[in-house]
Design a protein around this ligand. Structure first.
Ligand SMILES: NC(=O)c1ccc[n+]([C@@H]2O[C@H](COP(=O)([O-])OP(=O)(O)OC[C@H]3O[C@@H](n4cnc5c(N)ncnc54)[C@H](OP(=O)(O)O)[C@@H]3O)[C@@H](O)[C@H]2O)c1
Length: 251
């Protein structure tokens, strides 16, 4: 337990599993209250977050919306804003992986990946930022990927959606810095989650071979990056992409 986020109210998307779930647990252990956003209602998840909240003396509220549904995203975030609580931190974490060669990626698939990995993230940022601008404080963390920095064959949709998110992070940081709001991104390499096993074993082996640490990250290692960026320990850092990839060597 640390007190890096004591009293802070945090929105986390994709909070039910993977990196988002680990961010939720670490942030709660650091004193944060959380709006835990997930795609679908789940009583098991609700029981688990209630136990977690009670154990740490904070509140965790489930909020459900599908990122592919613009109206549902708006309703979900507006529901949070209507509570009229301070919105201190947004962790825009949810996302999907997609592999497909340049010429074989259909326009509809490209749109689907961009809807979830980019348009929905921008929509959430816009809604939350308007509130943060009124507050004159706030912090946004976008979960990008080294896939948005390195170019790799076969990842047109995923890579360009994450590259766009990194651009949005920088441009938003320029516009809202005057309101005391920081906007940063994290670019993980391979992480031990379901998504981290999306590539073939061969591809994973090659990536790990040419990285300095020769292993995937644990979700905790990525959650620790988010904790640093969400806390006042990073109070002079904005517009940055924190690369946490175990020292991947671009080829
Ligand atoms: N794992 C890696 O190796 C890696 C590397 C670089 C970057 N990242 C990024 O890190 C973030 C989290 O990834 P992860 O590894 O935790 O992946 P994950 O285990 O596959 O989890 C993805 C999360 O996103 C949510 N999500 C996906 N589509 C959604 C939709 N349409 N509406 C609402 N929620 C949706 C999922 O919710 P459901 O449970 O409902 O599906 C889940 O909570 C992603 O943005 C990913 O691109 C991951």
């Amino acid at each position: 337990m640390n007190d890096l986020l004591t009293g802070k109210n945090v929105i986390i998307t994709g909070a039910a599993r993977g990196i988002g779930r680990t961010v939720l647990e670490l942030f709660v252990r650091s004193g944060a209250n959380v709006w835990a956003c997930a795609r679908k209602p789940d009583t098991g998840f609700e029981e688990e977050i209630k136990t977690l909240a009670d154990a740490h003396g904070v509140w965790i509220e489930p909020v459900y919306f599908d990122l592919s549904d613009e109206a549902a995203v708006k309703e979900g975030i507006q529901r949070i804003i209507r509570e009229k609580k301070q919105t201190d931190v947004l962790v825009n974490n949810a996302g999907i992986a997609y592999g497909g060669s340049f010429t074989m990626t259909s326009m509809s698939k490209l749109r689907e990946v961009f809807q979830i990995n980019y348009f929905a993230q921008i929509q959430i940022m816009q809604l939350v930022l308007r509130n943060m601008m009124k507050q004159k404080s706030g912090c946004i963390i976008n979960m990008a990927s080294v896939g948005g920095i390195e170019t790799a064959p076969g990842y047109l949709a995923y890579g360009s959606s994450k590259a766009a998110l990194i651009y949005a992070t920088k441009t938003a940081s320029h516009e809202v810095g005057q309101y005391g709001i920081r906007v940063n991104a994290i670019a993980p390499g391979l992480v031990e989650t379901e998504m981290g096993s999306y590539k073939s074993d061969d591809e994973i082996e090659k990536i790990l071979e040419r990285s300095s640490l020769h292993r995937k990250a644990s979700p905790e290692e990525i959650a620790n990056c988010a904790l640093f960026l969400a806390s006042d320990r990073s109070s002079f850092i904005t517009g940055q992409t924190l690369i946490a990839d175990g020292g991947r060597i671009c080829v």
